[in-house]
Design a protein around this ligand. Structure first.
Ligand SMILES: [Zn+2]
Length: 257
């Protein structure tokens, strides 16, 4: 059996746009083999019964996925969809990277603790950037947990949740998913309006801004589940403005901290 690293290398080269013949030539994997891998997708190939045991995958099920802390996962999925990405390192180990704004140290800690709950015992690293910090964690399983990874930027490809992700994040823990999304790509703003009588008053609104229509739609599904009213105020933005809905989001999300 080919090692996982070969599988990852095939997908990496294919994602660069190399032809199947060229990928076969560079990796030594037969064309028939790599065609079947590419057709199945990376997560399914790694999780195939043939490879069971090599990365704690039993049958078609990733052991880590089967033992998920669902609430933490739903939050982390929101963060991943908002401002996270995967990259492939040596020996088939994936790095999850999530960018957190330095202005909100509480959110940074919340991301780190969600990573720790999703893959217990995993080291969380920090890399300082301009105005933000990149949190990272290495594991072969990140690709099993975030199969949305693919070539190109998120808004340039289709982002669809797998049924098990939808069950966890949209159906069972929509509050955690919404919290993760708003913490990464959203904001809570106070609008001040001067009324006809000259008295100014303030009201709160929430926004989620993302270039991916698919990600906005995932947010909307979670809001529907929570009976939070929303509308597209812009091509790339969803707003929540109704008082009762804002009050719900204030319980679920609240100000960034
Ligand atoms: Zn796995």
């Amino acid at each position: 059996m080919r090692p996982d690293a070969d599988v990852h290398e095939v997908f990496r080269l294919a994602s660069l746009g190399l032809s199947k013949a060229e990928v076969a030539r560079r990796t030594g994997v037969s064309r028939a083999q790599l065609r079947s891998w590419l057709a199945a997708g990376l997560a399914a190939t790694l999780a195939s019964p043939m490879r069971a045991g090599s990365t704690q995958h039993v049958g078609d099920v990733c052991e880590r996925r089967a033992q998920l802390d669902e609430a933490a996962y739903a939050y982390l999925l929101g963060q991943y969809l908002g401002d996270g990405c995967l990259s492939l390192g040596p020996r088939g180990v994936w790095r999850l990277r999530i960018s957190a704004c330095d202005a909100y140290p509480g959110i940074k800690e919340e991301i780190a603790s969600a990573v720790g709950a999703v893959l217990p015992g995993r080291h969380v690293g920090y890399i300082g950037r301009q105005g933000c910090t990149e949190l990272y964690s290495n594991s072969k399983h990140w690709i099993c947990l975030f199969p949305q990874h693919g070539p190109g930027r998120k808004h340039e490809r289709t982002i669809t949740l797998e049924p098990w992700q939808e069950a966890i994040a949209v159906n069972r823990h929509p509050d955690r998913l919404v919290r993760g999304l708003v913490h990464s790509d959203g904001c809570r703003v106070i609008n001040r309006v001067r009324g006809a009588n000259g008295v100014s008053y303030a009201y709160l609104r929430y926004f989620l801004t993302n270039e991916s229509a698919d990600i906005l739609q995932i947010f909307e599904s979670a809001c529907d589940r929570l009976e939070v009213e929303h509308r597209r105020n812009n091509r790339n933005s969803v707003s929540v403005a109704r008082r009762a809905s804002v009050a719900k989001l204030d319980v679920i999300v609240g100000p960034k901290y």
